[in-house]
Design a protein around this ligand. Structure first.
Ligand code: ZN
Length: 186
C-alpha cells in the first residue's frame, strides 16, 4: 500500500504578533509567503500538506501543536526568519529541540539545510539545538527553519521578493521530499 505522506507547515507568527519587523516588512508575511509556495510544490508531488495558518492570524503555540498532532503528520516544518543587532550576520539555519533530536534526525535535517542553500546560494550555518515547546510537543519529527536574517540588508531585500521566496520553497520542498523518502523507508 502506498501511503500518501503528510506534512504540516507552520508559518511563524501572525496577526498582531509580527515576529521581527524591519522597515515596512514583517517576518510573519515572509514566513507565510514561503510556506504557501512550499505547499504548492509539495502538493504537486502528491504530498498531503496541512498548514497551521493560511492567512494573517494569531495562533498560540498550543494551537499549533494541537493542530499538528491531530493531523498525524510525518513531518512538521516551522518557518521563521532571523534578526540580530549585528547587520553583517547572514545565512540560513535549522533548529531542533535538544530533548528530542537524535543523530538520524540531525543528519536528515542537515541535508535539508544543504539543499536549500544549494538552491538559494545562501550560507548554511548548520542544524542547532534549542529548547522549544512547539518542537518538543509535536509528535512528528520537527524542524524550525530560519530562512535568513532580515537584519542583513541583502538578505532582507531578497527575503521579501517572490522570486527568492520561490527558490527557498524549491530547496525546502526538494529537501522535504528527500526526508519523506527516508522516513517511509526506515
Ligand atoms: Zn520568528
Amino acid at each position: 500500500m502506498i501511503v500518501r505522506p503528510r506534512v504540516v507547515l507552520d508559518p511563524g507568527h501572525g496577526g498582531w504578533e509580527s515576529g521581527c519587523i524591519v522597515g515596512a516588512f514583517a517576518e510573519k508575511d515572509v514566513n507565510l509567503a514561503v510556506c504557501l509556495q512550499v505547499r504548492e510544490l509539495l502538493e504537486s508531488e502528491g504530498v498531503r500538506v496541512l498548514m497551521t495558518r493560511e492567512d494573517d492570524r494569531i495562533l498560540s503555540a498550543g494551537r499549533r501543536v494541537e493542530f499538528a498532532n491531530a493531523q498525524h503528520a510525518d513531518l512538521f516544518v516551522s518557518w521563521h526568519c532571523d534578526h540580530l543587532p549585528d547587520t553583517e550576520v547572514r545565512g540560513l539555519s535549522l533548529w531542533v529541540d535538544s530533548r528530542r533530536s537524535d543523530l538520524w534526525q540531525m543528519m536528515m535535517f542537515e541535508q535539508l539545510g544543504e539543499r536549500i542553500s544549494q538552491v538559494t546560494h545562501q550560507p548554511f550555518l548548520g542544524v542547532f539545538q534549542i529548547r522549544d515547546r512547539i518542537l518538543q510537543a509535536v509528535d512528528a519529527p520537527s524542524i524550525l527553519i530560519k530562512g535568513g536574517f532580515l537584519s542583513h540588508p541583502e538578505e532582507l531585500s531578497s527575503a521579501v521578493t517572490p522570486q527568492f521566496q520561490k527558490l527557498q520553497a524549491q530547496g525546502a520542498a526538494e529537501g522535504i521530499l528527500g526526508i519523506l523518502n527516508d522516513v517511509q523507508n526506515r
